[in-house]
Design a protein around this ligand. Sequence first.
Ligand SMILES: [Zn+2]
Length: 338
Amino acid sequence: MSFGYIDVIPSQPSRIPSTSPNPIHELVHSCNSTRTTSITSCTDLRSDYYSAQVSGLQTDILQLSASRAMHIQSIPMWEGTGNNYAYLVSDDKTREAVIIDPAHPKEVLPVLDEKTKAGLKLSTIINTHHHHDHAGGNEEIASVTHPFHRSPIDLSQLKHYPLPIIGGRDCTRVTKTPAHKETFNIGSISVTALHTPCHTQDSVCFFFQDGSDKAVFTGDTLFIGGCGRFFEGTAPEMHKALNETLAALPDDTKVFPGHEYTKGNVKFAKTVAGDNEAVQKLDSYSQANKETQGKFTIGDEKKHNVFMLYADPKIQKAVGQTEPVEVVKALRAMKDKS
Ligand SMILES: [Zn+2]
């Protein structure tokens, strides 16, 4: 019994066989840009484990083991312009990892190189939608991260990439588009695809759960304090995506959007939400922190995201509408002009 928890504590990271070529390494060293991107969101089970071990709290160890095996590392891309995020999500038990929206290989590959050398096994690319600043890196990432491929290769000769690409139907070189609510596993992490058409018709959000740890990767559908433009869809679709599909997730699900747009979203929210306390808190946080991804939950969004506050009398008054879809539609029109 006293060692029962050992099974779920990660062992030393497994290594790619030393005989395998490391094309990521080769490519990274041939890149002009090799700067290291910042790590902004990464839980560390091992440090928790050792802290707990020192204190002798086995109960805590068990809880940590069950709830903190999912690592999420943000990779900022195009800082100062697009302010995109790619995310590297890994399962601490199996070291299996996926990369979400790795659109800018020059900023993503150095991170993958470092993590691969440390034993992480990248198994899949995931895309939230087809826009180039989300799915535009698929070809390069898929080709250079597979151990049997060396750069340069003739991409046009490959009909199917060995590294699966899971995403919306219009994403570059997508190999699998999961059905709405279809689930698959990344090691011990359960992933559920949630179709949220509007920003694009192929928009898919991905809900990750590992024990009590929950995260949703929302692409350009839901931002912290805002939502994406309705490029290919309608207000009823966005209302359904935000206020039915995503709102149905557990309130303690952390939100990881495709862009850092929080400051702009708060600026707009303040014009329609009056003295909303949650909006004011988000305002303070975004002024003090450059990055906000993973710091707020679905429960928080229901309190400070005006597109999810369609029933709030102050917001209804500000937009001159009361029907939920009309409120969402009016808010988006106002935001587009702001
Ligand atoms: Zn987009």
